[in-house]
Design a protein around this ligand. Structure first.
Ligand code: MLT
Length: 407
């Protein structure tokens, strides 16, 4: 019989969102015809911007004649999209990121997992707690950890707690880590990192020869002008950081799939004593394992940077941020302690009466027919918290708030 990758057997109960789906299915089978409102997974609900749809339609027409038909595209993404990203997302913010340093992909979840392909197994790794579960689970799957303890913490990973006591600000570690995952605006807590905090992280990474994996999938939701949108706004970061960005949340591409990863050419790692370019390794990896994002979708993503596209995306983002504000205001006035939801589309709520995260999940599901995400699903330090996502229609968000406030 074939041997399986036994590292998968170390994974706890299951990926958080499938576990939530399982509970919803169970609830629905016992309570058919219930009007459930889902503020759990951060999946967008509003239509794709018109500019993106029009660009995709035109691209489909191009695929309809032999003269303009496209087969395989460049594995790294089409030059015109990479140039648009470089100009609009980086040059305008004073970051020195060339089109060549941008790798277009089908998602940040995939990229933040696949990046482990080019990184050694002996690296000492730190994540925040709570954390986006994909960072942890993919380290488990690839044999970079031992077993989990009763709190669900894996041997071999170090956890930096972020909680209300430290203002959801991860303390700069005293010990040396080779690899640090940071996500800002943060999923799940909705916290943001100030420029000073990011300067400290870059300083730490440079002093310790560490690599920061910076997930900026939610940067478009930052309202406060003083908050950086990219790690590359920080001097020195080209030598110590990789950034993941996505069209999923700002432009509604969760089902359409388009994202990108930035690897500066100056970024180095080591193979024994020899210095190696991470850019070259990732380029090699992508050329071997990936055939690029479809032409039609890349044309859609390019339209995000057109004048109409920019306006439409801005409108989408403020629509969801108004939802976030409605969630925060209602729950705060109902006596909940609510964090985040100011520069991020997630509200991070302290569960009432010291209920556990899953108990509060079940309570809301049964009594308000509202689905959220239990904080403990993001790590041991998320216990006693609960996440509500702002990605839903205005009507559903308002209805969900009325139901919760009434409880
Ligand atoms: C979340 O709810 O945390 C996100 O939707 C997950 C993701 O973007 O993969």
């Amino acid at each position: 019989m074939v041997q399986v990758n036994a590292d998968y057997l170390k994974l706890k109960a299951g990926y958080l969102f499938p576990e939530i789906s399982r509970r919803i299915k169970d609830f629905n089978s016992k309570n058919p015809n219930t009007d459930l409102i889902r503020l759990g997974i951060g999946d967008v609900t509003e239509p794709l911007p018109l500019a993106c749809r029009e660009a995709m339609k035109a691209a489909i027409e191009e695929m309809g004649t032999a003269e303009s038909f496209k087969g395989y595209g460049p594995e790294q993404g089409y030059k015109w999209l990479r140039e648009s990203i470089s100009k609009n997302d980086y040059s305008t913010r004073g970051c020195e990121i060339s089109a060549e340093e941008i790798f277009v992909s089908d998602g940040s979840k995939c990229d933040s997992s696949n990046i482990l392909d080019i990184l050694g197994k002996a690296n000492k790794i730190a994540v925040t707690d709570p954390v986006y579960p994909v960072y942890v689970d993919t380290n488990v799957m690839t044999g970079r950890t031992g077993e989990a303890n009763l709190k669900g913490e894996y041997q071999g990973l170090s956890y930096i707690p972020i909680n209300s006591e430290n203002g959801f600000e991860a303390a700069i570690p005293k010990e040396k880590f080779d690899l640090i995952y940071l996500c800002f605006p943060n999923n799940p807590t909705g916290a943001v990192a100030t420029r000073e905090q990011l300067v400290s992280w870059v300083k730490y990474a440079k002093e310790n020869d560490s690599l920061i994996l910076f997930d900026a999938a939610y940067e478009a939701f930052i309202k406060d002008d003083s908050i950086p949108h990219s790690i590359f706004e920080i001097e020195g970061s080209r030598d110590c950081a990789i950034e993941f960005r996505s069209f999923s949340k700002n432009a509604g591409f969760t089902g359409t799939r388009c994202a990108f990863t930035v690897i500066p050419k100056s970024l180095k790692g080591k193979a024994g004593k020899e210095e190696v370019d991470l850019w070259s390794l990732w380029n090699r990896r992508q050329s071997t394992k990936f055939n690029g994002v479809s032409y039609v979708v890349q044309r859609g993503a390019e339209a995000v940077y057109s004048e109409e596209g920019k306006m439409q995306v801005k409108k989408l983002v403020s629509f969801y941020m108004d939802n976030a504000q409605i969630i925060k205001a209602n729950l705060t006035s109902a006596g909940f302690e609510v964090f985040g939801a100011i520069n991020a589309p997630y509200a991070w709520i302290k569960t009432p009466n010291k209920l556990s995260s899953w108990d509060f999940f079940d309570f809301l599901l049964e009594n308000a027919n509202v689905v959220g995400t239990p904080g403990s699903g993001f790590g041991a330090a998320g216990e006693g918290y609960f996440r509500l996502s702002a990605f839903n229609s205005r009507e559903n968000v308002e209805k969900a708030m009325q139901r919760i406030v009434k409880l």
